[in-house]
Design a protein around this ligand. Structure first.
Ligand code: B16
Ligand code: MG
Length: 217
């Protein structure tokens, strides 16, 4: 069996992507830039400042703002996002995840979190899952967001396991690329993803027997 399973947060453990989307949309609207669902897809797994840079590039506005102004925009986006996190509760955990986390503990498989979100600790707390993660990689220590494997490698290091002995679960293309680059087996959630070693339509299909079969094949 795998030594550890490492989870992405946004889109795998809970659906915060929509809340990121709403916050970016309102900041972008002030700058006369339209952010649609398709653009939002490209922001998944990308750090806050990198997300802002992409939005400005899409609006042809990358030269328009100073570093200080960009920091202010990112701070304001985050304030909107953090306010929206108040609606999170244990009921916001995606289908299949809570049962899988419990079963992994019963099976003595280590559980890690690899989120580039600086808000990950408060989200995990709001979801009531603090006890379920043996190690959460610190996004504040990460230099490169996904598709760079840095956050997944940090999660493995924190758990004391080798990537070759782990499964990573992701819903974003950048995240699947990050898992593959780390040397872990990649399990993708979603219909559109490329390069995942195994693809499931939603988290509802996730369970321990399926992970075991995936690992053995
Ligand atoms: P924050 P993940 C990522 O989380 C999100 O997918 C991405 O949209 C967001 O910009 C990033 O976290 C940074 O989040 O602004 O809260 O630090 O997918 O790595 O769990
Ligand atoms: Mg994600």
């Amino acid at each position: 069996k795998p030594q550890a399973v490492i989870f992405d947060l946004d889109g795998v453990v809970t659906d915060t992507a929509h809340l990121h989307f709403l916050a970016w949309q309102s900041i972008a609207a002030e700058l006369d830039i339209t952010v649609d669902e398709q653009i939002n897809e490209q922001l998944k797994g990308i750090s806050r400042m990198d997300s802002l840079a992409r939005i400005l590039r899409i609006g042809g506005a990358e030269q328009r703002y100073s570093e200080q102004e960009k920091n202010r925009l990112a701070e304001r986006k985050n304030a909107l996002y953090v306010a929206s996190l108040q609606q999170l509760s244990p009921a916001s955990v995606l289908p299949g995840i809570a049962a899988l986390l419990e079963e992994l503990h019963r099976q003595d498989v280590r559980v890690g979190l690899a989120s580039v979100s600086l808000n990950a600790p408060r989200i995990i707390k709001a979801l009531g899952l603090v006890e379920q993660f043996d190690f959460c990689a610190d996004a504040g220590q990460i230099k490169h967001s996904k598709p760079d494997p840095e956050i997944f490698i940090a999660a493995c290091a924190g758990l004391g396991v080798s990537p070759a002995n782990c499964i990573g679960i992701e819903d974003a293309q950048a995240g699947v690329e990050a898992i593959n680059a780390s040397g872990m087996l990649s399990l993708g959630i979603g219909e559109q993803l490329k390069h995942a070693d195994l693809l499931l339509p939603t988290t509802a299909q996730l369970n321990w027997p399926l992970l075991q079969t995936f690992w053995l094949n």
